[in-house]
Design a protein around this ligand. Structure first.
Ligand code: GLU
Length: 505
């Protein structure tokens, strides 16, 4: 049975690269009918925070990546990790390194060690000539017994090659001579990353390790540990990186919130849309169909479908409309436009609530109106935020006018000052205030004045919604209703007056 895990270190927000690793693990587990486990690697006590753990869990929940079994905290296993390292010493597979901590941390000593290593390498001598590597066991035991502090290092073979077949990157090879005798336990008893990861993966019965390719070199070291513990080595699938537009590594420091998963929640992404987008960073479905439901994605997913090429996250810093990857925005717009309305409505409700635009009537006797409105305006929106910003005029009389729209649709024709209130009167006489009836009346009104209907359509759009673009204007009239439409067409009078005073007209 397939068992995979997502093993983040809780030292900040959930990075989208990590979220992508979680997603691929989850997809693989769901596809294979296996288990997807979550392990919080909180052994770096200084940098790990509860807040970060919370944001990781919330992020996974937001993406809909449900995990199986109990959440594991790596720090709970520290004692077992220490015991396992000591066991390796007893078996002669690891050794105690009594180099004093101060000496290891002292700059000049470090430099001296580095220089000696360089000189030895030039002479073809193995660099890992740790003086304690071959200390007789009895002496090592005696010094430890006397209370002398020590770190524990793995005794890495001096000859031979480490090899494994990565599911994504193929055959991997590394000479043992290039692998240091890695520290397993620090002299203060703190177990280090490679040891803890391997022991936990063994204990959790992990069959496939799926993680970023920045871990490829660790994998060689970890395989040595599986062998030392006599455990079965899992399969490995390393994932290509996600890069910034200039091909640099995506980093929090340089790229800020665009890298953090919570940004997408806070900026109005539909979780399923972001999940769909993330899946395509590095993986392509065999049939090329990009928009997939959860089930379609699971059905099509395979580790073999992951490519080796790094993906580029295309965003334009300093451009608010393209603050994140264009494809991510496009994908979100597609979801908003086409997802089942009943799934979208609660998201719009949440958005309107937080913008203080929600009215209880929308859930009650105005629910039909609310649904019709959302159906109409969702066609052009990119994020859920658009419902409360560009869409504000549908839910409130207190909305802003887009300057460019005003210049283009209103200021160019001063006679609109009289014509718009006249249009309001004319529309007031329409029998049923339907899109079709409003259209007939508006076109007739324009004909009578000998001007193009487009002049009124554009002007009315700006008067009623504040915008230059939007859905079919006749549908907008119907949604706004007779009274609101007339009021807004008339509200132009004081407004044109103000323009006059300012010398704009
Ligand atoms: N805690 C490690 C990280 O966040 C885990 C790597 C792994 O998946 O083994 O990079």
């Amino acid at each position: 049975m397939v068992r995979v895990r997502f093993a983040p270190s809780p030292t900040g927000y959930l990075h989208i690269g990590a979220a992508r690793s979680a997603l691929f693990n989850w997809l693989f587990a769901r596809k294979m009918g296996g288990k997807f486990l979550l392990r919080i690697e909180d052994t770096d006590l200084q940098r790990s925070t509860e807040e970060s753990t919370r944001s990781i869990i919330e992020g996974l929940e937001w993406l809909g990546l449900d995990y199986d079994e109990d959440l594991v905290f790596q720090s709970d296993n520290a004692e077992k990790h220490r015991a396992a390292a000591r066991q390796l010493v007893e078996e002669g597979k690891a050794y105690r390194d009594f180099t004093p901590k101060e000496a290891r941390e002292d700059r000049s000593v470090k430099q001296e060690i580095a220089e000696r290593a360089r000189a030895q390498a030039a002479e073809g001598i193995d660099q890992r000539s740790n003086p304690f590597r071959d200390l007789p066991q009895a002496e090592s035991d005696a010094r430890a017994g006397a209370g002398e502090p020590f770190a524990i290092r793995l005794k890495v073979s001096r000859e031979g090659q480490s090899r494994f077949a990565d599911i994504v990157y193929g055959e991997q090879e590394r000479g043992y001579s290039e692998i240091e005798d890695l520290v397993l336990l620090r002299s203060d008893g703190h177990p280090l990353y490679n040891l803890s990861v391997v022991l936990d993966d063994i204990e959790m019965g992990i069959t496939h390790v799926i993680r970023g390719q920045d871990h490829l070199t660790n994998t060689h070291k970890q395989i040595l540990l599986y062998q030392a513990f006599g455990a079965k080595v899992p399969e490995f699938a390393h994932l290509p990186l996600i890069l910034a537009p200039n091909k640099a590594k995506l980093s929090k420091r340089k790229h800020g919130e665009v890298v953090s998963l919570t940004t997408y929640r806070d900026r109005g992404f539909v979780p399923a849309a972001f999940r769909n987008f993330l899946a395509l960073l590095g993986w392509s479905p065999p049939d090329g169909q990009e928009i997939m439901t959860r089930e379609e994605m699971i059905e099509r997913f395979s580790l073999e479908g992951i490519g080796r090429a790094n993906s580029v996250f295309n965003f334009h810093e300093n451009d608010p409309r393209h603050w994140t990857d264009d494809k991510a925005l496009w994908m979100n717009a597609e979801y908003i436009r086409t997802m089942p309305l009943e799934e979208l409505l609660p998201m719009v409700k949440t958005e309107l609530r937080s913008a203080k635009l929600w009215r209880e009537e929308y859930d009650d006797d105005e629910s039909a109106w609310f649904e019709k409105t959302v159906e109409l305006i969702r066609q052009r929106f990119f994020t859920l935020k658009d419902f409360s910003s560009q869409g504000r005029a549908y839910f409130s009389d207190d909305f802003d006018f887009d300057e460019a729209a005003v210049s283009k649709n209103l200021k160019k024709e001063p006679r609109l000052r009289e014509w718009l209130p006249a249009l309001a009167v004319r529309l007031g006489q329409v029998a049923t205030f339907s899109a079709a009836n409003v259209e007939t009346a508006l076109r007739q009104f324009a004909d009578e004045l000998g001007v193009k209907a487009g002049l009124f359509i554009n002007a009315a759009r700006t008067m009623l919604t504040g915008q230059a673009v939007g859905p079919s204007m006749f549908e907008v009239f119907e949604i706004m209703g007779r009274e609101r439409s007339a009021n807004r067409l008339r509200s132009g009078v004081p407004w044109f007056d103000a323009m006059e005073e300012l010398g704009d007209v």
